[in-house]
Design a binder for this molecule. Structure first.
Ligand SMILES: Cc1cc2nc3c(=O)[nH]c(=O)nc-3n(C[C@H](O)[C@H](O)[C@H](O)COP(=O)(O)OP(=O)(O)OC[C@H]3O[C@@H](n4cnc5c(N)ncnc54)[C@H](O)[C@@H]3O)c2cc1C
Ligand code: FES
Ligand code: FES
Length: 510
């Protein structure tokens, strides 16, 4: 069965259609056995854990019952724990990297219900929250959840491997009253049923009442003394912990760090979880500025931006999937310094300021200055991202994400344009790109070519010729250098057409 990764003795039908695995399952199992031998904790009985030395104690609800885990290894994933320790094998492992949704569970905290990928969710991220797996989707008396019943009635499953993940995504959407089913399910892959029956099931379930065992699900309040230097509850506690242990890995949503553990099999010597820092989750929208705390997740970023910068919000709709957006934070997307992160170019075009903190010292800098070189950011040891802000302004921003797939794909090129035109002349321009250099970067030559000029096709043509001076993009698996340059030039023309009221959205083009 060439190309189909094996899961135990059964063929895994999901990994074969996800993006190519960087580790074959056999290799991973071998590595896991080594980890098992190295890290098994005889007291707790936990047999998987990739952080050396540190142990944590956490408490959460699982399918309505309280679970307390003393001495867990902090980088044990929920998926591994469910399947290998708890023997709840309904939650499936497909890709183990956040792409396929086979491992989706519902997590409830004070902010509501979220569908999350258990494969890149570390156990300490669940502290004080409620988790529901597919085993807990049905009611206590065995009554099927409305989404399960609709999946049965409308033939929403064939092999069934993807079905638990779909059911939990659909149950979460149903609980939240979300009816944008295509977006809600973009992070769940099915390769044998086809999506039409599944979408029909979601539509039918949306009309049903939310079952009491789901609507009654609540996060519980963790006693204050549970706060530790591994899991601070405020930015102040985080500042103190990180200043004392600057080599610790900060873990925000773990949509990058999770893969370091599940795919690169890295041991994290020391960790600090940011999830408990409530003040880092604050959003402020005033007459003058918009400010996102570093721990604001991408679904909340999207909701905030919808009335302010619709094009940016629309781009976020295509940022990964519902599950990844519910975990990934704007601070993590900036701090990782990725040249293909989707937020930085859009924020740079908005003139964003990054707010950093080390101990009690704070400093702010223009976001573009944070990205020094590939893999190198202007962040000192023990310093962390506290927030990002940008000035309120008329909405001239357009953000164009170019990727091979519409949903759940990393950008090959992302262009963000913010040009001010007064009486037909350009008075200001901020144009930034991702995927065109080793860092998210402004197109300063292109900007200079339009500022002070008439906003005309001739100016656009002259500015297009300047892209070569700003960028020498790489050729990689996502796109060639020539394609990237040509696309960037095309996006400037698209922006011109867009501001002139022409239809340029890919879903609206006929
Ligand atoms: C399936 C999948 C699809 C994805 N699709 C996209 C996509 O479409 N677009 C895109 O841009 N990205 C995408 N990503 C990448 C990922 O979602 C982002 O980079 C994400 O924003 C990282 O945020 P996080 O909160 O998960 O960070 P984490 O993984 O927790 O951390 C990432 C890095 O930032 C550091 N860090 C986190 N918070 C802070 C802080 N406050 N201060 C200092 N350092 C900090 C961590 O130590 C780590 O080095 C995808 C990832 C997955 C798994
Ligand atoms: S196993 Fe594929 S998203 Fe988790
Ligand atoms: S993958 Fe077989 S039913 Fe979806």
């Amino acid at each position: 069965m060439a190309g189909v990764a094996q899961s135990g003795t059964k063929p895994c039908l999901v990994t074969s259609i996800c993006r190519p695995l960087r580790f074959h399952r056999g290799q991973k199992d071998f590595a896991r056995i080594s980890l098992y031998v190295a890290s098994r904790d005889a007291q707790s009985g936990l047999n998987i854990g990739n952080a050396t030395g540190i142990k944590m104690t956490i408490t959460f609800h699982l399918n309505g019952e309280e679970v307390s885990l003393p001495d867990i290894s902090p980088t044990t994933t929920l998926l591994d724990w469910l399947r290998e320790d708890r023997e709840l094998t309904g939650t499936k492992e497909g890709c183990n990297e956040g792409d396929c949704g086979a491992c989706t569970v519902m997590v409830t905290d004070q902010s509501g219900h979220k569908a999350l990928n258990a494969c890149i969710l570390f156990l300490p991220q669940l502290h004080g929250k409620s988790v529901r797996t597919v085993e807990g989707a049905a009611g206590p008396d065995g009554q099927l959840h409305p989404v399960q019943q609709a999946m049965v009635d409308l033939h929403g499953a064939q092999c069934g491997f993807c079905t638990p993940g779909f059911v939990m995504s659909m149950a979460t959407a149903q609980a939240n009253g979300a009816t944008d089913h295509d977006d809600q399910l973009a992070g769940n892959l099915c390769r044998c049923t086809g999506y039409a029956p599944i979408i029909r099931a979601a539509q039918r379930a949306a009309k049903a009442e939310v079952p009491g065992w789901i609507s009654g699900e609540k996060a519980f309040v963790v006693p204050a003394e549970d706060a530790t230097d591994l899991r601070p509850t405020s930015s102040g506690e985080l500042a103190a912990a990180y200043a004392a242990r600057p080599d610790a890995t900060l873990i925000a949503g773990a949509t990058d760090v999770g893969l370091w553990v599940t795919k690169q099999l890295r041991d994290l010597e020391d960790v600090i979880f940011l999830d408990g820092c409530k003040d880092l989750k604050e959003i402020s929208v005033t007459e003058d500025a918009v400010r996102f705390g570093a721990m604001v997740d991408m679904n909340r970023v999207r909701e905030t931006l919808k009335p302010l910068h619709a094009s940016y919000a629309e781009m976020v709709r295509r940022y990964a999937s519902q599950q990844v957006r519910a975990a990934a934070t704007i601070g993590g997307n900036i701090a990782n310094g990725s040249p293909i992160g989707d937020n930085p170019p859009a924020l740079i075009a908005l003139g964003a300021t990054l707010h950093l903190r080390k101990g009690d010292a704070r400093r702010s800098l223009p976001l573009e200055e944070f990205f020094i070189d590939y893999g190198k950011q202007d962040r000192a040891s023990g310093e962390f991202v506290e927030a990002v802000s940008f000035p309120r302004q008329p909405d001239r921003l357009r953000v164009y994400k170019i990727s091979k797939r519409f949903d759940q794909d990393i950008s090959a090129v992302l262009g963000a344009f913010n040009v001010t035109v007064v009486n037909g002349s350009v008075t200001a321009a901020r144009i930034a790109f991702g995927g065109m250099a080793g860092v998210p970067k402004r197109a300063t030559h292109v900007e200079a070519a339009v500022v002070g000029q008439a906003w005309t096709p001739e100016t656009i043509a002259a500015a297009q010729a300047e892209f070569d001076k700003d960028f020498t993009p790489l050729t990689d698996m996502r796109a060639s250098s020539a394609y990237r340059l040509e696309t960037a030039r095309g996006l400037l023309a698209r922006y011109f057409a867009d501001l002139n009221g022409e239809t340029t959205h890919v879903l609206e083009m006929k």
